[in-house]
Every structure is written in C-alpha cells, then in structure tokens.
Design a protein around this ligand. Structure first.
Ligand SMILES: CC(C)(COP(=O)(O)OP(=O)(O)OC[C@H]1O[C@@H](n2cnc3c(N)ncnc32)[C@H](O)[C@@H]1OP(=O)(O)O)[C@@H](O)C(=O)NCCC(=O)NCCS
Length: 220
C-alpha cells in the first residue's frame, strides 16, 4: 500500500473536520467540546509551532496529524491524529504515528504525545507504534493544570521498562513477553496484582492497555 506523508493543504480542511463524527470522538481527538469546523482545522495550521500533515494512499487523503514543534524546549509533540472513519483498523493510525515520529525526530530528539485516558483505540494504536508511558513524575508534572489526567507517551526502543511503564501509583504491570519463564508479573505500588492474558481491554471495570509486551492495568 503506497502511503505518503505530505504537508497538509488548507483546502482539505473540510474533509478532516468531517472525520470526527460524534461529540465524544471530537473530545478524544482534540479536546474540543463542539463540532470542529473546516475553519477551525485551517486555523490550527496558523498556531505557533503547529505543522499539519496528511497521510495519503496514492492521492487519497486517509489520515491527518500535527507536529507541535517547540524550539525553546527542543521537543516535539504529536497531536490531533485522526484517521478517516472508513479507513480505520487497517494500520493507518499506527503508520501515521510512526511517520510523524520519524519526521519529529528530524526537528528535535524529544518526542511525545498525550492521550485522553478513555481513548482505548488511540492507546492501542500508539502501543502498536512502539510508544510507552513517560516516567510517572514527568506525566504528573505535565498534567498540572490539564482538564484531564492525560496519559503521556513517547516512542522508545523495543524493550519496555516496567518501572517507567506505570502511569499511576495504583497500577499493576503485567508482562507476557514470552521470554519470561512465568507469565510474568511485576507489581509496583499496586493494591493487588492482576494476572491477565495478552488482551487490550479487560472487561469494562478495568482500564487496561497494551504497551509493547507489557499490559498496564489501572486499578482505580
Ligand atoms: C486512534 C485512531 C487514530 C487509530 O487509527 P486506526 O487506523 O484505526 O488504528 P490502526 O488500524 O493503526 O490500529 C493499530 C492498533 O491500535 C489498536 N486499536 C485500533 N483501534 C482500536 C479500537 N477501536 N479498540 C481497541 N484497539 C484499537 C489495535 O491494537 C490495533 O492493532 P491491531 O489491528 O493489530 O489489533 C483512530 O481510531 C481515530 O482516528 N480515532 C479518532 C481520533 C482520535 O481519537 N485520535 C487520537 C488522538 S490522541
């Protein structure tokens, strides 16, 4: 599948603004509480440091995402990633995150993104693209003043670091890498250990997601 990342043309803003189809999805996508208009998408491109990109299959726009480049902090945040709803579940989100990461690293070495804690699809997508939670202290400091306790992720190497993979104090990290002799458990500051199979969602009561070969389960 020939996929290309290109600078996003303003005339396609109306296409992207129609991709988030419910209020909830708009909130998950960009934190807005109302429908996002084409004008709003165009306006994002004029915000300081914002660089929008489109992912194209041949000439068809299939996904959108932005780099927020902060030269003062020497870092780049990936933001507002979204895939055409008719094209989801085919690996495009994962591809977009990977391509944007490569591009971001040409600007600055430090790359990260934030995810709404309820956005299970995005958490799975970024995990598949090799993202892991940042250090808990870092996440806590970035969450000061935020409207929700975002999960902050950054792209890392192949091996997950369990201690760094704990997003909150009340979490269990369960490893199923296949290389450990036991189906693996590592527990840090958790109230109880949850042993689980390699699934992405554990019932409705638990907030669990996959980070490479580690599952992080939030217990509260
Ligand atoms: C999040 C989003 C970008 C994912 O795009 P996508 O192209 O459907 O994702 P992919 O096909 O690349 O999926 C990669 C992995 O993500 C996970 N995933 C994707 N959709 C999922 C869903 N609905 N539920 C659970 N996991 C999901 C899976 O682990 C999947 O791997 P698999 O196919 O091997 O099982 C897309 O759902 C979207 O545009 N959502 C609305 C906007 C949004 O929330 N953006 C995120 C802002 S932070």
């Amino acid at each position: 599948m020939p996929l290309h990342l290109r600078a996003f043309p303003a005339e396609s803003a109306g296409v992207v603004s129609g991709w988030a189809q419910t209020d909830e999805e708009v909130r998950m996508w960009c934190g807005a509480t109302a429908t996002v208009s084409a004008e709003q998408v165009s306006a994002w491109a004029r915000e300081e440091g914002v660089q929008p990109f489109g992912l194209y299959r041949d000439d068809q726009l299939v996904a959108y995402g932005e780099l927020w480049v902060d030269d003062d902090e020497a870092e780049v945040e990936l933001a507002r990633l979204i895939v055409d709803p008719g094209e989801r579940g085919q690996g495009l989100g994962q591809h977009l995150a990977t391509e944007l990461t490569h591009l971001a690293r040409t600007r600055h070495p430090r790359v990260f993104l934030r995810v709404h804690p309820s956005n299970v699809a995005a958490l799975g997508c970024y995990a598949a693209a090799g993202f892991e939670p940042v250090e808990p202290d870092q996440a806590a400091s970035w969450n000061v003043g935020q409207p929700v306790e975002y999960i902050w992720l950054s792209p890392t190497g192949d091996r997950a670091r369990p201690a760094a993979a704990v997003p909150t104090r009340r979490s269990a990290v369960v490893c199923w890498c296949g290389q450990c002799e036991e189906p693996g458990e590592q527990l840090r500051d958790a109230l109880r250990l949850v042993v689980m199979n390699p699934v992405r969602r554990v019932g409705q009561a638990l907030d669990a997601f996959k980070i490479r070969h580690v599952v992080v389960v939030r217990l509260s």
